[in-house]
Structure formats: structure tokens, C-alpha cells
Design a protein around this ligand. Structure first.
Ligand code: NAG
Ligand code: NAG
Ligand code: NAG
Length: 499
């Protein structure tokens, strides 16, 4: 494995050649078996997570570092000085733990790390700042800490949904008071994520909420029930099955409309602009289908990498998981949180290996290459990628993929007897204006189907050679994503201008 050298792009090569793995599981029976193994392993890990003492975790991190060095063809010293310094610091015995609390220790190690031929240049100073910013963002425990790295303050608001869940909304404070125009932008994250995904970019101008705030918009970030910031209910305990008994239906029936109503009440505005990423788009469209009057409360709707009805995934392993019956899924994963062990892996694995694992998983699952995301950026973004959600949400997605219909959760055992409600997302009613941004290499977006579902889309922005996550975390967010969005959001923004 370690002799698989790829010229120039050694940082991005997966640990295991994927083609080999694809071939070995092309057989249906075999992949069904593998799917079960993966699922059982997952349940086992999430059980074991609670038993491990801290010293053992630290030991495991060291062990994975050794394994990483053995199997990886990433050289200890690449051409990227930031990566070199970052890795070198992680390789020293005193790491991670100290990094979190003790910024001073950085100062002492710097001179050794960047000792060159004498003169400390301003370039080096910038590099030091970048590294400490990346570390700070990576280790940040909340969105408040993340935003404060860039000097933005965040206000939290607690929304109580009609069915009793408590959701946190974050409102980004403008740096210059009185610079707000009042126009509201509401941003909604995707599946298995939290609001943190919007502010992970270590280059400030690549964070869309900051760009919009600086333009005078009143930016609010939503959080789905069950994620890191919305894990309370008035009566249901968090460890009960009732608490986790929700799917995309509940996001659409309660979370989105209740959050938007709350924002309108707080701000005194009559409309918000809705920006969704991935499932955030799905929820927005489903919500306007189920609450027709919500259409009047949304002015412009911006859909980034919208996933409404993904065509089946090409990987046979995943397809066999998708084809498991919901009962079997619930039996294996339980009826509460899905992939809870992600937190465990994230904290325990040596960071460069963790990044490889995520890249590798994305490649296997979706055939993404993740080449438009800066390698150092992954050290931040991938650490703020996962947040908890219900098993039922995943099962709902599987149902949508399997039936090829954008529909509500199908609770009936025998769907031929009962018709499941399909979201009527055509853009006939209301005044909302829709913009879609999608990557042309995104395996989860079916733009033809979406066009058919929506009818009229005011503006479609295809981004060449971009994948799903690239539209929020790619290096070209500031050149390819943010400008058309800002233009579209401008009061009376006339996107049909020729440019
Ligand atoms: C040493 O300094 C010179 C110019 O002063 C510079 O061109 C060169 O890249 C430096 N070498 C290293 C290793 O930084
Ligand atoms: C989950 O919700 C459905 C209705 O949406 C209800 O019929 C079912 O009993 C609930 N299950 C649990 C465990 O609360
Ligand atoms: C589902 O419906 C079909 C016909 O409508 C029936 O023959 C079959 O027994 C039903 N299956 C279950 C599990 O109810």
C-alpha cells in the first residue's frame, strides 16, 4: 500500500485503493453481509465509547499515528510549510491536550519550528498566525468560539417548537453597530450537521455568514432538533425513544416554520431570505409544501447543493444498507441517534489519519475526490462536520432514494395499500424567488429532476468540477459562490443582468 506513490498529489490518495474494494463487493449477498458487519461494528463502538478511560484514548491516538506513518505515503515534510509545521507540532509528545487551553506554549515552540536562515520574515509571522488560527478553530467547542476567532459576536435565541423541542438560533452580530439594513438571512445546515458548518473557513472571507453580515444583512443560523445545539425537549428526556422519534417531516412541519416565525417576531420584519445547504434545502422546500403560508414569509430562497431526490448511490455496499427494511435498520442502529461513534473516532484518531478516513469514506460512498477543499482547511471543517441526528432521519432518506420520490416518512408496513404524501414543491404559489447553486460533479444533486420538481427557478449557477461539500468549504467560495449569492440577495437584485 505504501508504495502507491502518486506524483504531486500524494496528500489526497486514499489509504486503500477503492477500485479494489468496489470489485470485491460487487456480489449482492456479499455486500448485504458487509453492510450488516459495518452496522454491527458501529453499534459495538458506540457502546464501547462510554467505557474507555482517557489514558487509553491518548494511547490509541498515538497508536493510530504510528499506523498512519506506516501505511501513509504522506511525507513528514511536504512542500506546504503550514502543513509541515502543523504536523511537526502534532508529532511532539506534548500535544492536543495542551493546545486546547494553553496558547502560551505555542509561543515557545515557534522559533524552533520555523528556524530558517536567520531573518524572521513577515511571511513567517503570517504563517504562525494561520497555524494558530487553524488550531483554535479546530479545537473550538462552540460556534461562539469559532466566530470570536474573527471578531464576530453571536447571540443565541431559544425557540420552542409547537411540539415542544427547544432549538437554538444563532444571530451574528455586525462588527459596526448600525450597519444592519434589517434584511434577514436565515441559513440552514444539512444532514448530520450543525450551524457550525457555516463558519469553519480559516480564511475569513470564505465564511458566507460573515460576508453577508458585512453587507448589512441580519444573519441567523438555524439548528435542527436533536443536534449539538438543539438537544432539549419540554417533557421528553434526551435518552428516550420518543425524543429521537423524528424525521425530515418534523423539521419541515415544526423546526423551519417555527424558527422563521420566531425570527420575524424578533426582528419585526415580514420576510426572510432562506439559504439552505443540502438537506437544509430539502427542509425548506418540504416546509413550504406543508405550510403554504410559509411561502409568503420567504422572499428569496437560495439552494446550495440541494438534495431532494438523490438517485441511488453507485456503491453496492451503501445500496444494500439502503435496501434494508426500516425495521432491520432500527434493530441494528437502535431508535435513537445514528452514527454516534463519529465523536469517538474524531477524538481518538490521529488528525491526518482522521482526514484521510473522511476523504476515503466520501470517495467510497459518493465518489467524491474532495480536491477543491484546501488540505489544511480539512483540519477545521472535518472536525466540525458531524452532529447528532435521529436514525429515523436516515431511514427517511433511504426511503426517498429507494422510492425515487420526494415524500414524507412512510410509516406503513405495506405502502401499496396507503399512499404516502409527496411534497408538492413546484414553485407556483407565493412570491419566493429561487436560486440554485450546484456542483457539476455532485453525485447527490439531480438538477434535471429538481428543475422538473420546482418548475421555475430564477437562476441556476452550475459550478464546474465541484462536489457537494465544495460549495461551502471549497477554495473558490469567495469567487464562485458568494458573489452570485450576494448579487441575488441585493434589494431588488436583478440576476438576469448579463454577467
Ligand atoms: C534564506 O534567505 C534567502 C534570502 O534572504 C531566501 O531566498 C531563502 O529562501 C531563505 N532560505 C530558507 C531556507 O528560508
Ligand atoms: C413516533 O411517532 C409516531 C407518530 O409520528 C407515533 O405513532 C409513534 O408511536 C411514536 N413512537 C414512539 C416510540 O414514540
Ligand atoms: C400488502 O398488501 C398486499 C396486497 O395489497 C397483500 O397481499 C399483503 O399481504 C400485504 N402485506 C402485509 C405485510 O400486510
Amino acid at each position: 500500500m505504501n508504495n502507491a506513490k502518486h506524483q504531486g498529489s500524494s496528500l489526497y490518495t486514499p489509504i486503500v485503493p477503492c477500485s479494489h474494494l468496489n470489485m470485491s463487493i460487487s456480489n449482492g449477498m456479499m455486500s448485504g453481509f458487509l453492510a450488516t458487519v459495518v452496522v454491527v461494528l458501529e453499534s459495538f463502538i458506540s457502546f464501547v465509547t462510554f467505557l474507555l478511560p482517557k489514558w487509553l484514548i491518548r494511547y490509541f491516538t498515538r497508536l493510530t499515528r504510528v499506523i498512519f506513518r506506516l501505511v501513509s505515503d504522506i511525507p513528514l515534510y511536504s512542500k506546504d510549510p503550514i502543513y509541515d509545521a502543523f504536523i511537526k507540532e502534532m508529532g511532539t509528545p506534548q500535544n492536543e491536550e495542551e493546545d486546547k487551553d494553553d496558547q502560551d506554549s505555542d509561543e515557545q515552540t515557534k522559533p524552533q519550528l520555523y528556524a530558517t536562515n536567520g531573518s524572521a520574515t513577515s511571511e513567517e509571522a503570517t504563517r504562525d498566525d494561520t497555524i494558530s488560527l487553524i488550531k483554535k478553530l479546530k479545537n473550538a467547542r462552540s460556534i461562539k468560539e469559532m466566530c470570536s476567532c474573527f471578531g464576530y459576536k453571536v447571540q443565541d435565541y431559544l425557540v420552542t417548537t409547537q411540539d415542544g423541542y427547544l432549538l437554538t438560533l444563532h444571530r451574528i452580530m455586525a462588527k459596526k453597530p448600525h450597519s444592519r439594513t434589517g434584511k434577514v438571512v436565515y441559513m440552514q445546515h444539512g444532514l448530520l450537521m450543525s450551524s457550525e458548518i457555516w463558519v469553519t473557513m480559516y480564511k475569513e472571507r470564505l465564511n458566507l455568514p460573515f460576508v453577508l453580515t458585512d453587507l448589512g444583512f441580519d444573519v441567523w443560523l438555524g439548528n435542527n432538533r436533536g443536534n449539538k445545539y438543539s438537544c432539549r425537549h419540554l417533557t421528553r428526556p434526551i435518552d428516550s425513544e420518543q425524543f429521537w422519534n423524528f424525521s425530515i417531516d418534523e423539521y419541515s412541519m415544526f423546526d423551519i416554520p417555527d424558527s422563521i416565525d420566531y425570527i420575524l417576531k424578533q426582528t419585526g420584519q415580514t420576510q426572510v431570505n432562506y439559504v439552505g445547504f443540502s438537506q437544509g434545502c430539502t427542509q425548506g422546500l418540504a416546509a413550504t409544501s406543508l405550510n403554504r403560508d410559509l411561502n409568503d414569509k420567504i422572499d428569496k430562497m437560495i439552494l446550495i447543493s440541494p438534495a431532494t431526490t438523490p438517485h441511488g448511490l453507485s456503491n453496492p455496499l451503501i445500496n444494500s444498507i439502503i435496501n434494508l427494511s426500516p425495521e432491520f435498520m432500527f434493530l441494528l442502529f437502535g431508535k435513537k441517534i445514528i452514527l454516534k461513534s463519529a465523536y469517538f473516532w474524531r477524538d481518538i484518531i490521529y488528525p491526518p489519519l482522521f482526514i484521510k478516513v473522511i476523504d476515503w469514506a466520501d470517495q467510497i460512498l459518493f465518489n467524491w475526490k474532495s480536491e477543491n477543499i484546501n488540505y489544511m482547511q480539512k483540519f477545521v471543517s472535518y472536525y466540525h462536520l458531524y452532529s447528532t441526528t435521529s436514525v429515523k432521519s436516515a431511514v427517511h432518506w433511504f426511503q426517498i432514494i429507494k422510492s425515487k420520490r420526494f415524500q414524507m416518512y412512510d410509516a406503513n408496513k405495506n405502502s401499496s395499500d396507503f399512499q404516502t404524501f409527496q411534497f408538492p414543491i413546484e414553485n407556483g404559489e407565493g412570491s419566493r424567488r429561487i436560486m440554485v447553486l450546484f456542483g457539476t460533479s455532485d453525485s447527490l444533486v439531480d438538477i434535471q429532476l429538481l428543475q422538473k420538481q420546482l418548475g421555475t427557478i430564477e437562476q441556476i449557477v452550475p459550478i464546474e468540477n465541484h462536489e457537494h461539500l465544495d460549495l461551502v468549504w471549497g477554495t473558490s467560495v469567495d469567487t464562485k459562490i458568494a458573489p452570485p449569492i450576494c448579487e441575488f440577495l441585493k434589494p431588488g437584485g436583478a440576476p438576469d443582468k448579463d454577467k
